[in-house]
Design a protein around this ligand. Structure first.
Ligand SMILES: [Fe+2]
Ligand SMILES: [Fe+2]
Length: 133
């Protein structure tokens, strides 16, 4: 699953970060072919988690600044997402890089991320763009 126009929020910095994150997630999925290099998969996952955290912090900052009424809910959704990523790390530590882990990244995380964009991020984007009218 890749970034497509229908995921666009219309907020440039947010869209750029979404694209980068989705590309990174796909990279993890592709690494199923190189699962003999667990270190690399781990590094990619770590990088991904940090990037996602930075992205969430950036979004929350814009939401606070623009007095978004659903800020708390959105922040909560971000926290839940990070929890799912942490679960993958637990799995990684227990089982190493196995195919199921890589499929999890793709299915669970990528699906969740895309749902988050279409449901909550777009809601915020509508609010934010409405302020400027
Ligand atoms: Fe986002
Ligand atoms: Fe978000």
């Amino acid at each position: 699953m890749y970034w497509t126009e229908n995921l666009a929020t219309g907020i440039k910095t947010i869209d750029e970060q979404h694209k980068d994150i989705i590309n990174k997630m796909n990279e993890v999925f592709k690494s199923k072919n190189t699962s003999n290099n667990p270190k690399e998969v781990f590094e990619t996952l770590k990088y991904l988690e940090n990037y996602v955290k930075r992205h969430f912090a950036d979004e929350e900052k814009i939401q606070l600044q623009s007095k978004y009424p659903k800020y708390q809910q959105h922040k909560q959704a971000h926290a839940e997402f990070i929890k799912s990523v942490d679960k993958l790390f637990e799995k990684f530590n227990k089982e190493g890089v196995v195919l199921t882990l890589i499929i999890d990244v793709n299915k669970t995380i990528l699906d969740l991320f895309i749902k988050h964009i279409t449901n909550v991020d777009k809601q915020f984007a509508d609010y934010y763009k409405g302020l400027k009218k």
